[in-house]
Design a protein around this ligand. Structure first.
Ligand code: 5GP
Length: 194
């Protein structure tokens, strides 16, 4: 997505060869217009898939899931990282290892909100190692729901996430694919025209 790539170049900060800070517009302060356009783009890319639900993980995926599900006219569900006291019903859960925080945490989704009839699109802010997204695919599998694919806003293509998910046969659509980056600049896999 051209506008997204331009925004990453303009407002993103490369903290190291592997960490990109985008909290000026994407995951701390949020640009609502850009967020809605991202949702529309995912809805367009997966338009033929008869999606019934969008799934993400708290917190940085939530606004993209909202924008996408709004465009598709379906509900979205976000996996919780901590079990809330109000989450009294049974849950699907999966472990996720965070490489940035060096810890493993459980994500969970109430069994009420995923069923075998669901055709699910996963949406998230980043595809990096793929750990978080693989956790979500596990939950969809446990629910016997159908995974339609993954929409990632930014993919760091030099990390292993895409390869691992593609090996599992998952369709991935990323709106900005970063081939490499350094404080001197960001190289995308392809310059987007749309
Ligand atoms: P994973 O490694 O599981 O693919 O990424 C897990 C989560 O870590 C992403 O959803 C995202 O919130 C965060 N993350 C991974 N890489 C980056 C990065 O370069 N910058 C920022 N801001 N967050 C990242």
């Amino acid at each position: 997505m051209k506008e997204l790539q331009e925004r990453i170049v303009q407002d993103g900060k490369v903290l190291s060869a592997s960490v990109l800070k985008v909290d000026a517009f994407l995951n701390h302060q949020v640009d609502p217009q850009l967020t809605m356009k991202i949702g529309e783009r995912f809805a367009q890319l997966f338009a033929d898939e008869k999606i019934t639900k969008v799934l993400t993980i708290e917190a940085s995926g939530i606004h993209f899931a909202l924008a996408t599900s709004f465009a598709l006219g379906v509900p979205f569900v976000y996996a919780k990282k901590k079990k809330a006291v109000t989450l009294t019903e049974e849950v699907y859960s999966a472990p996720v290892h965070s490489f940035t925080r060096q810890e493993t945490y459980q994500i969970s989704v109430s069994k009420q909100y995923l069923s075998p009839d669901d055709r699910v699109l996963i949406v998230d802010d980043f595809l990096a190692t793929g750990a978080a997204l693989i956790g979500l695919t596990q939950i969809i599998k446990d629910a016997n729901a159908h995974l339609v694919g993954i929409g990632a806003v930014i993919e760091k293509s030099f990390q292993e996430g895409r390869r691992l998910l593609e090996q599992a046969g998952v369709r991935i659509e990323s709106l900005a694919r970063i081939a490499s980056m350094s404080p001197e600049g960001i190289q995308f896999i392809q310059a987007e025209t749309v």
